[in-house]
Ligand binder design. Structure first.
Ligand code: UDP
Ligand code: MG
Length: 321
């Protein structure tokens, strides 16, 4: 599918404190590339502000194999931005993104490339959550997809992660998006193209710990939902209407009591309760509006979404950012 002299396959790997995984991951990737008889490739590590020896490990690989490249961020920008930087700089006819911790089994790359060669333009993967994933992570992921799919226009399939192959055409399409709050999982299904799914069993993280704390995961979920959907704003209107309606009904009831019965309104308790309740609801709604406003604010500044400190790829991509 690629013309001669071009790079056939790029691998994009967000890397944040993964010193124990870099070498092993590279070995496994190389094995698959040999199987596939791909000789023109690039392995791009995006060092997302690691504070361990990750970059030194990557440089050591690069000393043996000049197809290994890295983009070093000036600080930690987060997984999604690392992915975007990788896509912005990758040159391959197809680009595969995968995690550095070997939870995305490199062996699957062979199947992805096969499907791509048969004409698929997006090969996304679905995690089969049976083992190797903590109960909490499993439940929180379930809750996220449940909510996200109720709120977003295009459903995100459960268990899909940022382990996918994208054809050059799709990568070029994604590069035209200038969103400062990027959520690729929500964006890519909306793009169209020929999308094919691939199921896999996740492996356990090979070395180190998950970089996603509970707080980060919560933030990720809210960001994901509000990046791909404006429905929460409608939700806030409906909720507001619902409580206005309840208040109206209660008001009618209060008038009825006052006019047609002798029971004086002594409802101090119910009054306070409803005031607090409505107050709480209002705060949630203002919060929802605020999230969108904040995103507009950040977007309006048009700042670059990441800053690269050092780069082994000739900087052909994304000057205009
Ligand atoms: N990662 C990153 N920046 C971050 C957090 C994570 O580049 O701020 C990378 C990390 O090195 C790994 C991938 O993103 O390659 C997924 O992270 P992790 O394994 O911690 O997430 P989990 O698998 O637990 O969801
Ligand atoms: Mg992981």
């Amino acid at each position: 599918m690629s013309s001669s002299g071009q790079i056939e396959l790029s691998l994009v790997i967000p890397t944040f404190n993964e010193e124990g995984n870099v070498q092993r991951l590279y070995n496994e990737i190389l094995l698959v590339l040999q199987q596939l008889q791909i000789t023109t490739y690039e392995v791009i590590f995006i060092d997302d502000g690691s504070s361990d020896q990750s970059l030194q490990r990557i440089e050591a690989l690069r000393a043996q194999d000049t197809n290994v490249h890295y983009l070093q961020f000036s600080r930690n920008y987060g997984h999604q931005h690392a992915l975007k930087a990788g896509l912005d700089h990758a040159r391959g006819a197809a680009v595969i993104s995968l995690d550095a911790d070997l939870q995305h089994p490199p062996a699957l790359i062979a199947d992805m490339v096969q499907l791509w060669r048969q004409g698929a333009e997006v090969v996304y993967t679905r995690r089969n959550d049976k083992q190797n994933v903590g109960l909490f992570k499993k439940l929180s992921a379930k809750a996220f997809y449940w909510l996200a799919n109720r709120l977003s226009e295009v459903p995100i399939e459960e268990g899909t992660a940022d382990f996918r192959l994208l054809d050059r055409k799709v990568v070029d399409a994604i590069k035209t998006f200038k969103e400062s709050h990027l959520f690729l999982r929500g964006l890519i299904p909306t793009l169209g193209f020929k999308q094919v799914a691939l199921d896999y069993e996740p492996a356990a993280r090979f070395s180190g710990q998950s970089k996603y704390s509970l707080g980060k995961m919560f933030h990720f979920a809210i960001n994901g939902i509000t990046s791909s959907s404006a429905k929460p704003l409608y939700f806030s209107i409906y909720l507001g209407l619902f409580f206005a309606f309840l208040a109206f009904v209660y008001g009618c009831y209060a008038i009825y009591i006052a006019v047609f019965t002798d029971a004086a309104i002594t409802g101090w308790t119910s009054l306070i309760a409803s005031v607090l309740f409505i107050g709480g609801i209002q705060m949630i709604l203002i919060g929802i509006v605020g999230i969108y406003l904040g995103k507009l604010f950040v977007q309006s500044k048009q700042r670059p979404t990441y800053i690269i400190k050092s780069n082994t790829l000739s900087s052909t991509a994304s000057h205009e950012e």
